[in-house]
Design a protein around this ligand. Structure first.
Ligand SMILES: Nc1ncnc2c1ncn2[C@@H]1O[C@H](COP(=O)(O)OP(=O)(O)OP(=O)(O)O)[C@@H](O)[C@H]1O
Ligand SMILES: [Mg+2]
Length: 461
């Protein structure tokens, strides 16, 4: 077993007391008994449910100890580390994990592209040394401390995703991580319902720079909406401000990007060094995400050329544009699963990617983009223009918001509309033909994964 936390180190870090036993070793940290691995320290967080209800299950699954606040309820089950507040205890573990490694820490936020850039950057850095990263989109008030608390002492690099739904959420996260490099990927009207304006979103994202170490570097998306506000904030906080983008003034500049069926070829100038590289993943969004990842890898002390080489082996991420060919009874079609997330920026990027695919017909099945506030109907209807530019042949739509788009479309483009993804799925499956490419996309809450499942079931066994 690889020791991550010794009982006494965890106790000192969390300012807690040990009961039941004082010499356990934890190999990992877990907040969820469904994914807990034997040897993990189980953290009994109070979130949607109270983790104290799951302590018995955690020990049954092989937990080495539990971090708890209610000693009475916990002690019968196994060794515990008792603290006043479990989330605060987890944060303290995170701080201690941060301070005991020399790892360079990179923090990533933005309206789109956090997970994509995090995964690409982690792949880039892994070519230079042991790299720790956030799991999935664990980017909130418990996800970030959990990721820190899980960082092995032997890490050379740590990559942290940071997200927000409301104003004020990024500051405590970046203050905890104290990154050496901080990236804002892009600004778009995601969560605008809570934030009010694009400027407020940019200000919130820009807070990530406030936690930078004194010699830290800020990566700013040069051509993003309200980029000037990000730049101003970066200049206040960072000792180096790096603009990444396509414009001539950028210190990290994309020079060329050509998409193909199985990936892309790109050229960039990264802080004065020109490189040509291949990306093993498909999608227009990799153009700037890859430049941000390579620049951050370089700034964190990684080998730039090894990083670029690693991108060739990088592949699409599940639910974020990964494509698969499905052989059905009527012929073969390509399914592009982008059902995990959607906002106007990622929709436009996905349509552009679709345009680059070879296809008999280009079909999209779109679900609502959520949390877009008062302009929601207009933002949905405005997708008509990028759909047109991408030469999309048929549009299926689900959900009350997507109705605004569907009504705007010429009858020749309308494939079908339904109130929900479940009701839309049979319409899409019935329409497919040999040689089609179908993109399925919507906010996670719009449940377009249901359409993906229905399409997957068309595979002839
Ligand atoms: N720079 C970008 N510009 C536009 N779209 C992008 C960009 N990067 C990724 N995307 C697309 O946005 C969607 C979400 O990507 P990703 O999961 O990386 O974002 P995220 O910021 O981590 O989202 P979440 O807030 O859900 O954690 C995917 O459809 C992806 O293809
Ligand atoms: Mg994410």
């Amino acid at each position: 077993m690889n020791p991550l936390w010794l009982a006494e180190d965890a106790r000192d870090a969390a300012h807690g007391r040990l009961i039941g036993a004082d010499s356990w070793i934890a190999a990992g940290v877990s907040i969820d008994t469904r994914s807990l691995q034997p040897g993990d320290l189980f953290v009994a967080l109070k979130d949607v449910r109270d983790g104290h209800d799951f302590i018995a299950q955690a020990f049954a699954a092989g937990a080495s100890a539990a971090l708890v606040s209610d000693a009475e309820r916990a002690q019968a089950h196994g060794p515990c580390l008792v603290v006043g507040d479990v989330l605060e205890g987890l944060r303290r573990l995170g701080e201690a994990a941060r301070d005991r490694t020399p790892a360079k820490r990179i923090a990533i936020t933005g309206s789109v592209g956090k997970t994509s850039t995090k995964e690409a950057l982690a792949a880039c850095l892994a070519a230079s040394g042991p790299t720790h990263k956030s799991v999935k989109s664990y980017n909130n008030h418990w996800g970030v401390p959990l990721t820190l608390a899980r960082m092995p002492q032997s890490s050379a690099y740590g990559v942290f995703e940071m997200g927000m739904n409301h104003r004020g959420e990024i500051l405590p996260l970046t203050a905890l991580v104290k990154p050496h490099v901080a990236i804002v990927t892009w600004i778009a009207p995601a969560h605008i319902e809570h934030l009010g304006s694009i400027e407020a979103i940019a200000d919130e994202k820009g807070d990530i720079f406030a936690g930078l170490e004194p010699d830290g570097a800020a990566l700013v998306p040069n051509e993003a909406p309200a980029a000037h506000r990000l730049r101003a904030r970066a200049e206040d906080c960072a000792s180096a401000v790096i603009r990444f983008g396509r414009d001539a003034g950028c210190e990290a500049r994309l020079l060329k990007f050509e998409m193909g069926e199985t990936g892309a070829v790109a050229e960039a100038d990264i802080l004065g060094r020109q490189i040509r590289y291949r990306i093993g993943a498909t999608g227009a969004h990799w153009a700037l995400n890859s430049v941000a990842a390579l620049t951050a890898a370089d700034l964190a002390g990684g080998d730039l050329f090894a990083a670029a080489h690693a991108l060739a082996a990088f592949s699409d991420i599940e639910g974020r544009g990964a494509a698969r060919r499905i052989a059905a009874a009527f012929g073969a079609f390509t399914l592009v699963d982008d059902s995990y997330n959607a906002n106007p920026a990622s929709m436009a990027a996905a349509f552009e990617t679709l345009a680059a695919r070879k296809a008999q017909r280009r079909i999209v099945a779109l679900g609502d983009m959520l949390e877009l506030g008062a302009d929601s109907a207009a933002l949905h209807a405005a997708l008509a223009a990028p759909l047109d530019r991408a030469g999309v042949d048929i549009v299926f739509a689900a959900g009350p918001q997507m109705a605004a788009l569907y009504e705007r479309l010429p009858p020749s483009r309308r494939g079908g509309y339904a109130e929900t993804a479940e009701l839309l799925a049979p319409q899409v499956t019935a329409a497919l033909r040999d040689g089609d490419v179908v993109l399925v996309k919507g906010s996670n809450g719009a449940r377009m994964a249901r359409v993906v499942e229905a399409l997957t079931r068309l595979a002839a066994s």
